[in-house]
Design a protein around this ligand. Structure first.
Ligand SMILES: Cc1cc2nc3c(=O)[nH]c(=O)nc-3n(C[C@H](O)[C@H](O)[C@H](O)COP(=O)(O)OP(=O)(O)OC[C@H]3O[C@@H](n4cnc5c(N)ncnc54)[C@H](O)[C@@H]3O)c2cc1C
Length: 542
């Protein structure tokens, strides 16, 4: 059994950053990764059309000015292959691979109260002990696949967007089905439509989408960004969602309709996700939201030529951005093609899969390939798969049976020295996740340094502080429209999952300030136990 200081699980953006940071502090560090490659989301989601929906310059590491200067993004929103190339480059440039164990899934982690260390067992049978367990398991890393009657009978291919095969998948001459119209379904539709003989998109919930207005990045643009990268990063860290947009303090309801229309028009094919920030109350007030939603509906409707399809594709049943909206490149326009068909499963539900395709209440469809773009068991899916056992034999599964609880989104009472990156209780998927990942890892690194300097062997969330944080997360969510829609933010998309709002909606800037205050005040809400004598100690406030 190998002993390390820090054991990191997951080799996506978060795990690689954690490895670089902790190893740089002189810690013996190892990363366990279940897959055969590094990259996390960007390894698994290799479907056609996959790309980031936060601009490439912002959806990238900020820890190395040299890396920032030498990497050249080719498009405003980079494709999955380009992002994976970037991740591979980072791994090589910072010599990360030697401490990453691929095809090594953490199956259990058990905390030993006598030594304040975790014992981690992998699917390969290997075991490690570690003082710190850093969970970088991802938010969208457990796929959710439906089980339709007769699914096994289907003679063609079934592929999940989040477990895309490594070999190139061709669709030329094929009849293809895409089930699901979230971000993945919306991204792949126009691309597959161009290649397949026929494409049928199965839609349950029509989704809002803002145009990506993706474009190649010119040399001049690249130089301009690189000349001011520190300012750009600071703007991202200080914006609510890590995108760099300043909040407009004006209410959508306090401006005349024509002025609002002009503002929405100006933002429409430039802002991407930032569209939700044109006015400060778009996600806070239904009336304000209606102004944005109405604008988007008109814009979407104008793209769709057939009136019957327009009626079905325009979203109406939820507030804009209450579910994660998409940032698309030609999704709605794809339905103007003769080879693309919409199957509305609210109108005609899927009855069963057959050997040749899918039978709905309306008709039998024949397919060669069926793609599940059905999303993920978000936030908690991967955290609850391994057996994680804390003090007194309590498991994370039992502790989170009614939904995830944590102190500040970083620690869980009963699970000392376990650090969760970009998980529930933190801004996570409500932000540019890259900003959230880097902020949290730097905070963990400073906590670990403080522990070393003060002879502290274990840090653990206090149950009372945890209750208060969960209440605060809920309180912030109640101020928004997020709970008015079924979404992966609140667990409604997974049968049997507790319906609780999981991410922190107070913004990355507000969240960072809370973490910094906690650190400056000597970590209130955490119990710090000295290595010798087991006495609780508290570092003095800085
Ligand atoms: C298609 C897609 C597009 C996205 N685009 C954006 C975007 O534009 N902007 C944005 O901010 N966010 C985006 N996201 C969200 C994305 O989750 C984060 O941005 C980010 O990539 C998460 O990195 P991570 O390292 O935290 O997790 P992941 O990349 O999910 O990595 C987690 C890793 O942990 C591994 N793992 C899980 N369980 C175990 C185990 N038990 N043992 C060992 N290894 C394990 C997984 O195999 C995976 O490699 C997107 C997500 C998807 C699916």
């Amino acid at each position: 059994m190998d002993a390390v200081d820090v054991l990191i699980v997951g080799a996506g953006f978060a795990g690689l950053r954690a490895l670089h940071t902790f190893r740089g502090m002189g810690k013996r560090t190892v990363v366990l990764e279940a897959s055969a490659g590094i990259g996390g989301v960007w390894y698994h989601n290799a479907y056609p059309g996959a790309r980031c929906d936060v601009e490439s310059y912002d959806y990238s590491y900020s820890f190395s000015p040299e890396l920032e200067q030498e990497w050249r993004w080719s498009e405003r929103y980079a494709t999955q292959p380009e992002i994976l190339r970037y991740i591979e480059h980072v791994a090589d440039r910072f010599d990360l691979r030697r401490d990453i164990r691929l095809e090594t899934r953490m199956s259990s982690a058990v905390f030993d109260e006598a030594t304040d260390r975790w014992t981690v067992t992998a699917s390969t049978g290997q075991r490690w002990t570690a003082q710190h367990l850093v969970l970088c398991l991802g938010q969208l890393s457990s796929t959710k696949a439906p089980a339709f009657p007769g699914q096994d009978q289907f003679a063609g291919r079934i592929i999940h967007s989040g477990e895309w095969p490594r070999d190139k998948v061709g669709f030329a001459g094929e009849r293809v089905a895409i089930i699901g119209t979230g971000s993945s379904g919306m991204q792949m539709t126009p691309v597959i439509a161009r290649e397949a003989a026929h494409l049928t998109v199965f839609q349950r919930t029509p989704n809002y989408s803002v145009p990506a207005a993706n474009a190649p990045l010119t040399e001049a643009e690249d130089r301009a960004v690189k000349a001011h990268y520190p300012e750009r990063r600071a703007a991202a860290r200080n914006s609510p969602t890590g995108l760099g947009f300043k909040v407009n303090r004006v209410s959508a309801l306090d401006v005349p309709a024509e002025e609002r229309e002009t503002a929405y028009e100006a933002a429409w094919d430039r802002y991407g996700f930032g569209f939700a920030l044109v006015y400060h109350d778009i996600l806070l007030s239904k009336d304000a939201n209606d102004t944005a939603a109405d604008f988007i509906r008109r814009k979407i409707a104008a793209k769709i030529e057939k009136p019957a399809l327009r009626e079905k594709l325009v979203p109406k049943d939820h507030a804009f951005a209450a579910r994660r909206p998409s940032v698309d490149s030609g999704y709605f326009e794809a339905f103007n093609r003769n080879n693309v068909e919409l199957a509305d499963v609210r109108e005609a539900p899927i009855v069963e899969f057959t050997a040749t395709g899918i039978r709905t209440l309306a008709k039998a469809h024949a397919f060669d390939t069926i793609i599940f773009a059905t999303g993920f068991d978000a936030f908690t899916g991967s955290l609850l798969k391994p057996e994680i056992v804390g003090r007194g034999g309590i498991t994370l599964k039992r502790k989170w049976a009614a939904g995830p609880v944590s102190q500040l989104g970083v620690a869980v009472a009963g699970f000392p020295n376990m650090h969760i990156v970009a998980g529930p209780g933190s801004p996570s998927l409500l932000s540019n996740v890259m900003v959230s990942i880097e902020e949290q890892i730097d905070w963990f690194a400073r906590l670990v340094r403080t522990m070393d300097e003060r002879g502290i062997g274990a840090v653990e969330a206090e149950a009372e502080a945890e209750r208060a944080w969960v209440e605060h997360v809920n309180e912030r969510a109640r101020e928004t429209l997020y709970m008015t829609a079924d979404s992966y933010y609140n667990g409604a998309e997974v049968a049997g999952k507790p319906r609780v709002f999981m991410p922190y909606s107070g913004g990355v800037r507000g969240y960072r300030r809370i973490l910094e205050r906690c650190e400056a005040d000597g970590y209130p809400g955490f119990r710090l136990v000295a290595r010798d004598g087991r006495a609780a100690v508290r570092p003095t406030a800085a």
